[in-house]
Design a binder for this molecule. Structure first.
Ligand SMILES: Cc1cc2nc3c(=O)[nH]c(=O)nc-3n(C[C@H](O)[C@H](O)[C@H](O)COP(=O)(O)O)c2cc1C
Length: 144
């Protein structure tokens, strides 16, 4: 057992309305509180999601691989990094949320932020650069 974080991106199959997004967040926050998972969800104007999940190893992996990955409301799920971590970066949030533009997401994921994807062998870990960009991003965007 240990702290673990996982970040992925995906695309909504059909655009989420504000009400659908609010319902998703409410359900996610209620469940995440129960399993002590924290994190951040970004949703972009071009229907993309970027989410970071952090918590106990088994809880994070079960949530993503058993539930979120098979959620029919989004597709093209791609893990950008995952692995053990020393501490939570979003400890106060059962699931923080920010709207982002397509350019915001592009900027967050541009060169230097990601380890190259691996076909075999160890999974890419989350680079500190990406965590720093995400933390800076949430500070500059007001919550909604
Ligand atoms: C982009 C996205 C992010 C989600 N994030 C979470 C989350 O952080 N926590 C959570 O419990 N469910 C989250 N969900 C909902 C799950 O995919 C799923 O609907 C929920 O866990 C219920 O799972 P089940 O239908 O397998 O029982 C998310 C769904 C989407 C589309």
């Amino acid at each position: 057992m240990g702290l673990y974080h996982l970040i992925y991106q995906s695309r909504a199959v059909v655009s989420f309305s504000d009400a659908e997004l609010a319902a998703l967040l409410q359900q996610a926050r209620t469940h995440n509180r129960k399993i002590h998972v924290t994190g951040l969800l970004l949703h972009s104007s071009d229907d993309r999601f970027l989410q970071i999940l952090e918590g106990e190893d088994a809880d994070v992996r079960q949530l993503y691989y058993q539930h979120i990955l098979s959620d029919p409301r989004h597709c093209q799920c791609q893990v950008l990094g995952e692995g053990g971590c020393a501490e939570r970066s979003f400890a106060d949030w059962s699931m923080g949320f920010r709207l982002a533009s397509a350019a915001d997401l592009h900027e967050l994921l541009q060169s230097g932020a990601l380890n190259p994807p691996t076909r075999h062998g160890p999974k890419p870990t989350i680079r500190p650069e990406l965590m720093e960009r995400l933390l800076d991003f949430v500070e500059t965007k007001t919550a909604c």
